[in-house]
Design a protein around this ligand. Structure first.
Ligand code: PGA
Length: 243
């Protein structure tokens, strides 16, 4: 049984003060949410401690937006898995298309981050996905397969989430057709060769399309950017197919 993971990625949004306000509004809205799904928030590092306190006793779980492969050292601007564990962080997003694009993150680095996460009992959320041009050139499947094979080398699939995020659908309002997202997620499951692998879809997920996406056979959750910044809209997404 694959338990869906609904995760909000706040990216570089939200101060500590705004995070507290968000939680005051959001937590009551997921009080009655069925237990058949995980609900996760990935705040910026500066708000992790604030949120960790605010969600004590609730079912909301914490993710980081990155993690380094060393426990400590001269790695300016990076964060170690040990620092995350101190704040009850359970997941770590790695390989998001933004660090891939802006900081030239390679599949090899992403793999090291994912391994480090698993070594410390964090669940890596490994993002993969093609650009617009790659899709138009008919290269989408080849690109995603390479990201999956290199990024997940040596990774234990039972303690892993893969997020399929077509880059052209991120923050653009253009959602990938649910059927097509479902097809790609099915391919990823086959390449990894583990039938219980949790695979999310990400890219312009919103209250109006969440139910259709979650009704797809191969999709086990979503990674949500913009629509996770408002308590009502993220709660509607977390409450997919209920109430
Ligand atoms: P979006 O972002 O929901 O704003 O498209 C998704 C993501 O980057 O994870």
């Amino acid at each position: 049984m694959r338990k869906p993971v609904i995760a909000g990625n706040w990216k570089m949004h939200m101060t500590c003060a705004r995070s507290r306000d968000f939680m005051a509004s959001f937590l009551p809205l997921i009080n009655g949410t069925p237990n058949d799904r995980h609900i996760v928030i990935a705040p910026p590092f500066t708000a992790i401690s604030t949120i960790s306190e605010a969600i004590q006793g609730s079912r909301l779980e914490l993710s980081s937006q990155n993690v380094h492969w060393e426990d400590e050292g001269a790695f300016t601007a990076e964060v170690s898995p040990l620092m995350l564990l101190e704040h009850q962080v359970k997941y770590a997003i790695v390989g998001h298309s933004e660090p891939r694009k802006y900081f030239s993150e390679s599949d090899e680095q992403i793999n090291k981050r994912a391994r480090s996460a698993q070594l410390h009992d964090l669940i890596p959320i490994v993002c993969v996905g093609e650009t617009d041009e790659q899709r138009e050139r008919g290269e989408a499947e080849r690109v995603i397969r390479r990201q999956v094979e290199q990024g997940l080398e040596g990774i234990e699939p039972s303690r892993l989430v893969v997020a399929y995020e077509p880059i052209w659908a991120i923050g653009t309002g253009k959602t990938c057709e649910a059927e097509e997202a479902n097809r790609i997620c099915g391919l990823i499951r086959g390449w990894v060769g583990f039938k219980d692998l949790i695979i999310q879809y990400g890219g312009s997920v919103k209250p109006s399309n969440i139910d259709e996406i979650m009704n797809m056979e191969e999709i086990d959750g979503v990674l949500v950017g913009g629509a996770s910044l408002e308590p009502e809209s993220f709660a509607r997404i977390a409450n997919f197919n209920s109430f």
